[in-house]
Design a protein around this ligand. Structure first.
Ligand SMILES: Cc1ncc(COP(=O)(O)O)c(C=O)c1O
Length: 392
């Protein structure tokens, strides 16, 4: 086999690094009796409403290429959904249906970034968000979140001081994976006005918008952003509707970019399958029931996870506001990747290492608490019993 360094491939492909979350998960998947809490995913099946809609679509012949921007009915339904949540009218020309939130991030990065553009974001962060922009050649500058009074916080003045005149875009994931930090509405308004004033793009990763304080909708720039603003929201059916495997999401952008996104979609995978889009239409038509049910389940999971983590010796629990993770500090731990690997052997529990979320994440571990309580309870008992021995 050729050594990859000797093959003439692009610099951007050469510098890609594997995700440390995957590294732990792949080690653990081959082992017996592991309780996995490493991925951001629920174990509950997608609603039968979505499954039936997809099956019906397949049976009735929805087998062909789709419009580049997505089915008009789904775009319309997304406009309606956003209008209900954010009290503004959205024109369907602002919506592009994507094959996942991740594809949305990749298309936005391609649309906005020219090599060496300065993009400002935060850490800890799900690595893929920033990777999409780095692949497009951006220089990504990050400000670390800090823990204050038992919660994650962003020093907004310091963050805004990073927005130099040559800054192309701010990328903000709120509620945040992995910390659960959610930007307060007042800070959002200040940042929004600043970006508006200086013509800086504001790119919001809103995939956890519906997972906020177990039943609320997180504050969002979508309540203010008009078609004139340099603002783009990326969203997904993966989390709030338990549809990770379906690969369905959307972009909400200025309508001036409608054709740009249609072409970027066509020149990548030409949009999600028709029957998958039918499932998305059904879920949005069905209203709030599914999102409510998930939030009830998450509330129960969070209760157990937060109580048990707070009792583990050497763990500093930090209260999240959104998403479905606990990102906790392990005192005197300096190698979260090795600790996560040790936990597989010693405790039979799978967690994500904090270092996977950037240097600011070292010293932390992440669990996803979107699990039934009868899974979470033994998983956390195992963690409590094995952490001190596993920790390095
Ligand atoms: C912050 C964030 N953005 C985007 C995504 C992408 O979600 P998907 O590609 O499944 O729609 C994820 C998934 O974990 C995420 O955590």
């Amino acid at each position: 086999m050729n050594d990859i360094d000797k093959l003439p491939i692009s610099d951007r492909a050469l510098r890609l690094k594997p995700s440390q979350i995957r590294e732990v998960a792949e080690a653990g998947m081959g082992m017996d009796d592991i309780i996995p809490l490493w991925f951001g995913e629920t174990p509950w099946q997608t609603s039968h409403l979505a499954v039936d809609a997809a099956v019906d679509a397949l049976k009735s012949g929805d087998h062909f290429y789709q419009p580049n921007s997505g089915k008009p009915q789904l775009r319309q339904q997304i406009c309606h959904y956003q209008q209900q949540l954010y009290g503004q009218e959205f024109n369907q020309s602002r919506i592009t249906v994507t094959a996942s939130g991740m594809q949305g991030l990749a298309l936005v990065a391609q649309a906005i970034t020219t090599p060496n553009d300065r993009i400002v974001s935060i850490l800890p962060s799900w690595p893929n968000v920033l990777e999409a922009f780095k692949i497009s050649g951006a220089e990504v500058i990050c400000q670390n979140l800090q823990v204050k009074d038992g919660k994650w916080a962003l020093d907004l003045d310091q963050f805004i001081s990073l927005l130099t005149p040559n800054t192309k875009a701010v990328v903000l994931n709120s509620p945040n994976n992995p910390t659960g930090w959610t930007m307060p509405e007042a800070d959002m308004r200040i940042l929004f006005d600043h970006c508006r004033k200086y013509g800086i793009w504001l790119l919001a990763d809103d995939v956890y918008a519906r997972l906020y304080r177990h039943g609320h909708c997180a504050p969002s720039f979508l309540q203010w952003a008009t078609d004139e603003d340099r603002f783009i929201s990326i969203n997904s059916f993966s989390k709030a509707w338990s549809m990770t495997g379906w690969r369905l999401g959307w972009i909400c952008a200025p309508s001036a970019l409608e054709n740009t996104f249609a072409m970027l979609s066509e020149f990548s995978i030409a949009g999600p399958a028709g029957f998958v889009q039918q499932a998305g239409i059904k879920m949005l038509q069905a209203g709030e029931g599914e999102v409510k049910l998930l939030n009830q389940r998450l509330k129960a999971g969070y209760q157990i996870a937060s109580e048990m983590l707070q009792q583990i010796d050497g763990v500093e629990f930090i209260q999240p506001d959104g998403a479905f993770y606990c990102f906790f500090k392990v005192k005197a731990m300096t190698d979260s990747l090795q600790t996560a690997k040790n936990l597989l052997d010693i405790a039979k529990v799978g967690v994500a290492p904090g270092a996977a979320f950037g240097t600011a994440g070292e010293g932390y571990l992440r669990i996803c608490y979107a699990q039934p309580t009868d899974i979470l309870q033994p998983a956390l008992e195992r963690l409590a019993a094995g952490l001190n021995q596993a920790k390095v």
